[in-house]
Ligand binder design. Sequence first.
Ligand code: ADP
Length: 492
Amino acid sequence: MVTISRFKERLRRYGKSLRLRLFVILLLVGILPLNVLKIGVLSSYEKQAVKQRADQVRSQCRLIADQLLTSGYLNGSQSDVIDSEVRMLGTLYSGRVVVLNSNFRIVLDTYGIDTDKVLIAQEVLEAFSGEETSNYNSNEQFLEVTVPVRDENTQKTSGMMIIAVPTTDIREGRREISGVINLMQIVLVLLLIGVAFYLTRLLVRPFGKVTARLENDDQFLEEDISIPDYTETQMLAEAYNRMRRRLKEQEDSRQEFVSNVSHELKTPLASMKVLADSLTTQESVPNEVYREFMTDMSSEIDRENQIINDLLSLVKMNRKSPDINIRETNINEMIDLILKRLRPIADKNNIELVLEDYKPIVAEVDETKLTLAITNLVENAIKYNKPNGWVHVSLNMDSSFFFIKVEDSGIGIPEESQPYIFERFYRVDKSHSREIGGTGLGLAITQQAVLMHHGAIRVYSKPGEGTTFTVRIPMKYQAWEEKQEDSHEADE
Ligand code: ADP
């Protein structure tokens, strides 16, 4: 059973192969012209042979016709010489010769069947008007030639000769030639099969090379490949190389992410371990020290929790088809609520937190994810601020987008760091960020949430002066599929 299904599979694969198609094309290209040539050769041979035969017969008839004219045979005078000449002509071609006088009466029929009968037919009439006709009947295998007996001086036709000769020998010759061509054809087809088999193998070999290179486990994803045998194989190789580089980048970033995650998760654990060890190794720990260490451990646990929560939010949004819960949302109320929640932290740092909203905005968004995104921005603006600083959040819109701007009077971000701040775990000042409870994931989450809404986020910052983040989100949410279809249409 297994072998049968494997055989079927191989057959199916061969049936769909480029090699079979090339093979068939080569055979057809070889065989078709051969057949056309054969038909051409045979028909031109037949035409030529019939024409030659007609010319031969006609020239002999003409000789006799001259004698018929001068001897008065057509007017009734007997001539054994002419009789026997006509009969000899009939015997020579194994055919029938009929001689007519000007009244269309048959004066001589070598078959002796129709003597004295009147014969009126199209070719007879044509011959009487001075034309020589010849008529080849390939089905019945005979050739009929008419020759007028005509005095060229007086232009008068006084009779005519009709001779019908069998052409079976011409058909025979044709058959013989056809046999030879058939034999040559068989040899040629066999040769062609061999050549096509070899050529197709040669032609598809580079594709086999591509497969072999791609299946080479040692080199998998390790180095670029090049198969310049054909433009097509080179294009395949280049497409593979591009994919390889993308995969490599993804793999590298995945590895970096995993090692960052482990590192970040280990840091609070290490602190807790130190705190716990120092408590257990000491004989009698004063109550206040015990409490202090336990408070530290609790905040390390909070930190661990924060990292895990941030990671979960990021992973959820990074998925190929993230759950997105789009609803009509009052953006003013949403921002209001965010600021209300963060106000205590701002107050604690003596930072002024102001909202400027000019118009009421209702848009289709995932409220939870967008709240998370904006919270991160405002939280950062408070965290990375100066004492007695300010944070301005403003809200605006046009016909298709709404804009959220978060401006602060904080420490700013150095120009060279700005391209990286949206990367996971990137922090300009690691120790400062950790001190104030940062995980390095906040802006990555924000960016992901904005991109899920098909929006855009930008940063403008001057170290020492402050930072501005602007977010632009479409008022109406568009699912990815629709968006991609639209862009296809635009392409077309
Ligand atoms: P974190 O949890 O460390 O705040 P984020 O991803 O939110 O991580 O931010 C990445 C880094 O960008 C921060 O560590 C900080 O150095 C810098 N950053 C973000 N927002 C601001 C801001 N408003 N002002 C100054 N620096 C900022």
